[in-house]
Design a protein around this ligand. Sequence first.
Ligand code: SF4
Length: 314
Amino acid sequence: MTLNQLQEEIVKLKNQNDVTILAHYYQSIEIQEIADYLGDSLGLSRIARQKANTEYIIFAGVNFMAETASILNQDKHILLPNPESCCPMAAFLTPEKIKKYKQKYPRIPAVTYVNSTAEVKAESDVCCTSSNSVKIVKKIKDEFNSNSVLFGPDANLADYTEQISKIKIVKMPENGHCIVHSQVTLDDMKKIKKKYPKALVLVHPECVRKVREIADFIGSTAQMLDRVRDSSSEDNEFIIGTEVGLLERMAQDFPDKEFYLAHEKMICYNMKKHDLNLIKRALENLDDKSLEVKVPSEIAKKALIPIEKMLEYS
Ligand code: SF4
């Protein structure tokens, strides 16, 4: 079967069943092409709640995203085409760890990045994404009338949020990170900037501070896309400091501009554990419980509160 035939077969199966396919920007371009909706974590959370009015949602993303969709849609079946697609960053903050931080700092609100498990979200006061962390931290600090916030699991996003918001952050834990973004060094950036001196540098806040400091723009995946969309006709070259899937999206959406990956290793192997054959398998086995991500209702009820607060605040 050719790639086109496989994509057509998937669309046919999808249309014959009550299914919505959601895909994160870090998915391969073949998957992005057959998705009903594309987005970053916040965008997909909103879509899962407001637009995915089908009995089944196939989520081409990592497991915490499917969990978030389950929390927001307890009446729907959320399927992960490859159940092993997980986010190593989320493993940095366990429910036991966040409980310990809350015991140590009882009057400080706990903010968790959406890249966390449902159990950890259930212990949080509010969630945030890389696009809204500054706004969320300011609002929750005011609500709790505190001088600082607890923030986890990404220490680089915590650092960025503290720099911009000027609000003291206690990291939960000190060393949480994304293996894809944090591996890029200042030297890597200097090399690629030298190679493409006219290119604007766009990086994700999960990158380390030294990398962020030489960037022209820091933002979430959706914000980077907007930055390119809003660029003037003179800005034709961009160095992209995030996962390669976003660069592929940009190359398709803006064919008259050039994009260079900040580092060739910016590939999230967990996001790439899905492929078209696995999506087809999920469509053919919609009631296969081994593919379903279902957050238990008592955890979902608790985790919904900080997610809803985030959606209300952002
Ligand atoms: S890119 Fe990083 S934060 Fe995103 S899913 Fe992969 S490991 Fe997790």
